[in-house]
Design a protein around this ligand. Structure first.
Ligand code: HEM
Length: 400
């Protein structure tokens, strides 16, 4: 068995083109599904790149999600200290039984009724934004006109954030996602969002309404826990879906044969959403720390070492998906790992799916001639952000 060695390479997030994962990942996966990885703080751990092994690590209780045990493969000075150990409520970086308690409370808030009502609101807001695009057209930045406002509204409705406040939190959550922000900028964004949530929690306690934060005030949670849960949902649920909507539209516009498949039969929208999630994998990685020595594919992962799992690499593994680098809306996609796997699998996945299942077909049926307004190479990519996507997507269409 081999041990992690100091010759380990750092994680590369650099993509070779708009839609494919960093080139090194395919090479590493073909050579060995687990390889040594060096972390900016000097730690040496592991990078896992095959579908089978990513799945196995995420399902294995010998690996911990706890923030204080994990090293980050990307440097986030300023912010890491604030989140180690995980503040009360940030259960995405906790293990059972703490994770179980919070997750259970939250699952109880994602009720069928609330999701049904949100679906109706998503349809309404999508139509309103497409109407506005039409009025101001025939040109738009699809990110600002469509991809950002829909998930922003959803998270507002879910948490009971006044919609008028959305620009405020959009601005600060974008700042938190930047990889090149200084520690001061990261801390300022973090503190502002925390303060914003703290105020909201106070307001919900004073005057509960029919939203998730208000619902959670009935649970045995402190203000700090509630604030952090709101903060975490904002971080987890907004940028992810916004980037999938914009990057997914970009991908479909660049693959007219596939867009034609969706246009010909809107019933394939569910498959479209799953294939775009697999193909684009906007979340680049997640981490787990070994709680004990674990043998993985002939390598000894020692207790305390971090294992970084690559979601894009897993979702493009040829041993799991035939011709994985081809966007094929009709392929079987079951088992893709875009929402993670195991006990931390995405809590908001059904909501994210609804946003995309409503969003893509509504956009393409409203604007049958929708196309890029710049060459694809000119679309600014979010290679400088934690969650991948596009900064802007200039589009145009033939006015009616
Ligand atoms: C396309 C959109 C989305 C993608 C690609 C995505 C992806 C993910 C992934 C990969 C994880 C697992 C992280 C890990 O194992 O460390 C996760 C967890 C989570 N997601 Fe999402 N997500 C999306 C949308 C949402 C939405 C809309 C919400 C909430 C409204 C949400 C809330 C959460 C929460 C709370 C967790 C932590 C669950 C836990 O630790 O038990 N996500 N998501």
């Amino acid at each position: 068995m081999t041990e992690a060695t100091p010759s380990a390479a750092p994680l590369s997030l650099e993509r070779p083109n708009h839609f494919d994962p960093p080139t090194a990942l395919a090479r590493l996966r073909a050579a060995d599904p687990i390889s040594p990885l060096s972390y900016p703080d000097g730690h040496t751990g592991w990078l896992v790149t095959s579908h089978a092994l990513v799945r196995a690590v995420l399902a294995d209780p010998r690996f911990s999600a706890r923030a204080e045990l994990n090293h980050s493969p990307i440097s986030r000075p300023g912010i890491a200290e604030n989140l180690k150990p995980s503040p009360p409520g940030i259960f995405t970086r906790m293990d059972p039984p703490d994770h179980t308690r919070y997750r259970h409370l939250l699952t109880g808030q994602f009720t069928v009724r609330r999701m049904r009502e949100l679906t109706a609101r998503i349809q309404q807001i999508t139509t309103e934004h497409l109407d506005a695009m039409d009025r101001h057209g025939p040109r738009a930045d699809l990110v600002q006109a469509f991809a950002l406002p829909i998930p922003a509204l959803v998270i507002c409705e879910l948490l009971g954030v006044p919609y008028a406040d959305r620009e405020h939190f959009q601005h600060h959550s974008a700042a938190l996602m930047r990889l090149d922000n200084s520690p001061q900028e990261l801390i300022a964004a973090y503190t502002t969002l925390q303060e914003f949530m703290r105020e909201l929690v106070r307001a919900k306690r004073a005057k509960p309404a029919d939203d998730m934060l208000s619902g959670l005030t009935a649970a045995d949670l402190t203000d700090e826990e509630l604030t952090n849960i709101g903060f975490m949902l904002l971080g987890a649920g907004f940028e992810t879906t916004a980037n999938m909507l914009a990057l997914g539209t970009f991908a479909l516009l660049c693959h007219p044969d596939q867009l034609a498949v969706l246009r010909a039969d809107p019933a394939v929208v569910d498959q479209t959403v799953e294939e775009l999630l697999r193909y684009l994998s906007v979340i680049p990685f997640t981490n787990r720390a070994a709680l004990e020595d674990v043998e993985l594919e002939g390598h000894l992962v020692k207790a305390g070492e971090t294992v970084t799992v690559s979601i894009p690499a897993a979702n493009r593994d040829p041993r799991r998906f035939t011709d994985p680098d081809i966007l094929d809306l009709l392929r079987p996609t079951s088992g893709h790992l875009a929402f993670g796997h195991g006990i931390h699998q995405c809590l908001g996945q059904q909501l994210a799916r609804v946003e995309m299942r409503v969003g893509y077909p509504a956009l393409f049926s409203r604007f049958p001639t929708l196309r890029l307004d710049v060459a694809p190479e000119e679309v600014p990519l979010r290679t400088d952000m934690l969650i991948y996507g596009v900064h802007r997507l200039p589009v145009t269409w033939d006015a009616a």
